[in-house]
Ligand binder design. Structure first.
Ligand code: FAD
Length: 425
C-alpha cells in the first residue's frame, strides 16, 4: 500500500486527525469546520470533482435551505426529527445562509421560504464552499474511492482507497463517513457508506427511494408526456385507510404520477407498497368546485350547440391528452352524445378518480434515500458512533430524510458541521 502524494501539501508522517469519506454537502462542511478548528483533515472523494449532487440540486438552482422556524422545519423531517436538534443548535438555516454568504455567494429567499443563491446557480454554492474549506486548509483528494475503513491495534483507523489506478492506505485518529445515500448514483452516491458502516458493526435501516415518482396501473397505455395539472387534490389510501393528502401540482407521466405533491407523499406510498398494501390514489381534479357546482358547469357547457358528445364536453374541462384516459375512467364514450347518466359519471370522476399505485421508480430517479445508518447507534450530540469510538456519520447516509424545500441539504450541512466540530475538539 502507498501513502498519498499531494501536489498542494506533503503527506503527513503522523496520522491525520480526521479522514472524511465523501466530499458532498456534509463532507465538505465537516472538513472546513474541522480544519478551521485546527484539525489535520484528509477529505477523500471518489468522483473527479467534489459536491456533484449539490451542483445539480434544485434543478441546478440549489435550494440550499428553508427559512421556516425550527419547529416547522422539524415537521418536514423523518423518521426522527428530534435527532437533529443538537446539530441545528449549532448550524441552522440562518447560520448556513451566513456561511454561504461569507463564502462569497449571496442568497435569496423565494416562495415557500426556500433559499437559493441569488445567481440561481447551485454551482456557485459548491465552488464557494469548496474555496471556504480550502481556505481553512482542508484539502480534497478527488478520484479517491474508499474501499475499506479498518480499526488498527493502536486504536487508530486505516482508510484504504484507490486513486489513479493505485491502492493507498492512510491512518487517522477519527473517521467521518459522509458518502450520502443511494439516489442519483451518477453523482457518486452509490451507497458505499452503508457497506462501510455495516462492516464496522452498524445496523442499516433498509434503504428505499424517496421523493420519487410513483407508477400507476394502466398508465403505460397513454401518452401523457409529463402533463402538469395545477391545483388538484390527491389523497392516498392504503388498504382502504386514508394515510396522506396533498393539494398542489401533479404531473402525469407515461408510467404514473410525479410532481410536487406526489414526491411529497412518495415516502408513505413507497412504504405502504413495500408492506404489500393495496395503495389507491384518489384524485380530485377540481377541488375548488363542489359536485353541485360541477353539475351546473356541465349544464352550462352543454347549452353550447357545439358541445354534443362526451369528448366535446370533456375538452371544455381538461387538456386534450387527458380526455381518452378520463373517459375510460368515467365509463363514457367520447364519440357518443352525452346521456343524462354520463353527466353524473363525469362529475363523480372529476371529484374522485381512482388510480392504483403499482410501484415506484428506482434510486436513479429518487431525490433522496430513506433509511440508512440507524440513529439508535449514533450519539445525536456528537454524531459519534456508539459502537466504535471516533467513528462519525453525517448527511444522507444517516436514517434521515425530508420533504423537498431545502430541508435535505440543511440536514447534510448541519450534521457535517456538528461532526467536523466534534472531531476537532
Ligand atoms: C436531483 C436532485 C436534486 C436535489 N435538490 C435538492 C435541493 O434543491 N434542496 C435540498 O435540500 N436537497 C436536494 N437534494 C438532496 C440533497 O442534494 C442531498 O440530500 C444532499 O446532497 C446529501 O448530502 P451528503 O453530503 O450526505 O451526500 P452527497 O451530496 O450525495 O455526497 C456524498 C459524496 O460521497 C462520495 N462518495 C460516495 N462513496 C464514496 C467512496 N467510497 N469513496 C469516496 N467518496 C465517496 C460521493 O461521490 C459524493 O460526492 C437533491 C437531490 C437530487 C438527487
Amino acid at each position: 500500500m502507498n501513502s498519498v502524494h499531494f501536489t498542494t501539501f506533503a503527506p503527513l508522517m503522523k496520522p491525520f486527525d480526521l479522514i472524511i469519506v465523501g466530499a458532498g454537502a456534509a463532507g465538505v462542511v465537516a472538513a472546513g469546520r474541522a480544519a478551521s478548528l485546527g484539525a489535520e483533515v484528509l477529505l477523500l472523494e471518489k468522483m473527479e470533482k467534489p459536491l456533484r449532487k449539490l451542483r445539480i440540486s434544485g434543478k441546478g438552482r440549489g435550494n440550499i435551505t428553508n427559512t421556516k422556524p425550527l419547529e416547522e422545519f422539524l415537521q418536514k423531517v423523518y423518521p426522527k426529527a428530534d435527532f437533529l436538534r443538537p446539530a441545528f443548535a449549532q448550524l441552522f438555516n440562518k447560520e448556513l445562509i451566513a456561511l454561504v454568504n461569507k463564502a462569497g455567494v449571496p442568497t435569496t429567499v423565494e416562495r415557500g421560504e426556500r433559499v437559493f443563491p441569488t445567481s440561481q446557480k447551485a454551482w456557485d454554492v459548491a465552488e464557494g464552499l469548496q474555496k471556504w474549506a480550502r481556505k481553512n486548509d482542508a484539502e480534497t483528494l478527488c478520484s479517491a474511492k474508499v474501499t475499506a475503513v479498518n480499526r488498527t491495534e493502536d486504536r487508530l483507523f486505516e482508510v484504504e482507497f484507490e486513486h489513479n489506478g493505485s491502492e493507498y492506505a492512510e491512518k487517522s485518529r477519527a473517521v467521518l463517513i459522509a458518502t450520502g445515500g443511494a439516489s442519483y448514483p451518477a453523482t457518486g452516491s452509490t451507497g458505499d457508506g452503508y457497506a462501510l458502516a455495516k462492516k464496522l458493526g452498524h445496523t442499516i435501516v433498509p434503504i428505499r427511494p424517496s421523493l420519487v415518482p410513483i407508477e400507476v396501473e394502466g398508465f403505460d397505455r397513454y401518452r401523457f408526456s409529463d402533463l402538469t395539472m395545477r391545483n388538484v387534490r390527491l389523497s392516498v389510501h392504503a388498504n382502504g385507510e386514508k394515510i396522506d393528502e396533498e393539494f398542489g401540482e401533479l404531473m402525469l407521466t407515461d408510467f404514473g404520477v410525479s410532481g410536487a405533491i406526489t414526491l411529497r407523499m412518495s415516502r408513505n406510498i413507497v412504504d405502504a407498497l413495500r408492506e404489500k398494501k393495496k395503495v389507491e390514489l384518489l384524485l380530485d381534479w377540481k377541488p375548488a368546485l363542489s359536485e353541485i357546482q360541477l353539475r351546473n358547469r356541465l349544464e352550462r357547457e352543454l347549452q353550447n350547440t357545439e358541445v354534443q358528445t362526451a369528448g366535446e364536453l370533456l375538452r371544455k374541462l381538461m387538456p386534450s391528452p387527458l380526455i381518452s384516459f378520463f373517459a375510460e375512467k368515467a365509463g363514457v364514450q367520447v364519440r357518443a352524445k352525452v346521456a343524462e347518466s354520463d353527466k353524473e359519471k363525469i362529475v363523480k370522476t372529476l371529484k374522485c378518480c381512482r388510480l392504483v399505485a403499482c410501484g415506484y421508480r428506482p434510486f436513479t430517479e429518487a431525490i433522496v434515500t430513506a433509511g440508512g445508518v440507524s440513529l439508535s447507534e449514533v450519539d445525536e450530540n456528537t454524531l459519534q458512533s456508539k459502537l466504535v469510538p471516533n467513528l462519525y456519520f453525517a448527511g444522507e447516509l444517516l436514517d434521515l430524510d425530508a420533504d423537498t424545500g431545502g430541508y435535505n441539504l440543511q440536514i447534510a450541512f448541519s450534521t457535517g458541521w456538528l461532526a467536523g466540530g466534534q472531531v476537532a475538539r
